[in-house]
Design a protein around this ligand. Sequence first.
Ligand code: AHM
Ligand code: MG
Length: 337
Amino acid sequence: MDADSGVRTIERFILEREKEVPEATGELSTLLYDMCLAAKVIAAAIRRAGLVDILGSADNVNVQGEEQQKLDVFANEAIKNAMGHTGRVAVMASEEDEGPIPIPPDWPIGRYVVVFDPLDGSSNIDSNSSVGTIFSIYSRVTQDGQGTLEDLLQPGSKQVAAGYMMYGSSTMLVYTTGQGVHGFTLDPTIGEFVLSHEAIKIPAVGKYYSVNESNFARWDRGVQTAVRGFHGDLPERIVGKNSRYIGSFVADFHRNLINGGVFMYPADTKYANGKLRLLYEANPMAFLVEQAGGAATDGVTRIVDIVPESLHQRTPLVIGSRDDVEFVRTILTEDDA
Ligand code: AHM
Ligand code: MG
């Protein structure tokens, strides 16, 4: 690689974009770099996971009643450290912490609110499958002092940025600030995220459907009908698709974003509101997918229009290629659904 090969690092890319927005202060850009730092720290730990005694359970149960993995704890701390000591954040919330996370004492309080799932799909770590981090950034709505629950319980339509990191065969960071969706790949030789996927657009019709079909008998009839459509049983309404399901939301979402597809985690008799969380998983991915030309609903209602009532609330989720999400909505709103 020559010294001026035209490689665009995430820093250069964000700065170039910022110049196009006269009112930008640069603060949000800096917060995104802080998130990149956390991503590098987490990616490095995951790369070493098979080598050092970091795999396995931390003998701890988190607020969702699930066993926490050691890397969950590590990733949670890495993000809290990277975000909490910047002077740019007013309050945070994490899937791994019960309540709002205040800014540490003696650190200046800023105007942004950061919400994150530090390590989604962590049950896949022990089998060396992809996992990810998902984040949302909002502007605070309260005036000063530590941010509060009110700052955290904003609808997804108020997000100013969102993104995810995927720790797969390579580490990627994909983000939006409402000006399209851009993807960067970590070049481990220079330790920088470089632009690899500019202005991602999701195909309007997907190749894939992704859902945990072992729950089929627990779904209501409408969801069963929609999935039968994906099987190819309703050829007059929808062309059948291929099935792909990893069980790691970031990886399932990323594949569908690039190749076209629809991911669903509907309500079932075990999870009355689906399994995924509105704040940490559904909202950030909904912002991204809409920016890429796709759609996200709870089956019927647009995800980013839902007003959250609690930090850890769950929501059914249908997300991905626009026409496929619309197909599900049509089926679920039919009288006999
Ligand atoms: P987690 O936040 O505890 O890791 O759970 C979320 C994960 C998602 O990554 C994935 O889409 C889903 O759980 C898979 O659930 P299931 O095993 O029920 O299909
Ligand atoms: Mg999660």
